[in-house]
Design a protein around this ligand. Sequence first.
Ligand SMILES: Cc1cc2nc3c(=O)[nH]c(=O)nc-3n(C[C@H](O)[C@H](O)[C@H](O)COP(=O)(O)O)c2cc1C
Length: 130
Amino acid sequence: MESGDSNPEALGLYMAESLNKYRILYCHMVEPRINPASEKRETPHGLLPMRKAFRGTFLVVGGYDKEEGNNAIAKNRADLVVYGRHFLANPDLPWRFKLNAPLNKYNRDTFYTPDPVVGYTDYPFLEDTS
Ligand SMILES: Cc1cc2nc3c(=O)[nH]c(=O)nc-3n(C[C@H](O)[C@H](O)[C@H](O)COP(=O)(O)O)c2cc1C
């Protein structure tokens, strides 16, 4: 929410290490500097130091597709990968990943719109589109 820090890497590392003291079960971090225009992260693997420092389950989100998500798990960069926009637009996202089916494209114009309430529960399931 517009907040910043002069040394975000050190702060993130300190936070991850501090959580260990309280035996926090999981830590869920958003990849730094997602570029909304390009959909891609400007600093890939920026969370690795925090992942290594935190002793619980580590979740990441931000700009992942199926392949990159699988890759992050295979390379042990996270325990779980979270999907935001793709899940919003694809209520059956795991099923689509399993089938290698095409994804609905999310509509940025309906993000954060309270009235009318569109773009949250009205994207089609796979069987509806065939
Ligand atoms: C419509 C919309 C609403 C969101 N609301 C929240 C929120 O309330 N809290 C939050 O931490 N992140 C929120 N996010 C950010 C997502 O949780 C996620 O971090 C972001 O979309 C990046 O992941 P992605 O590339 O998989 O979409 C929202 C994203 C979208 C598109």
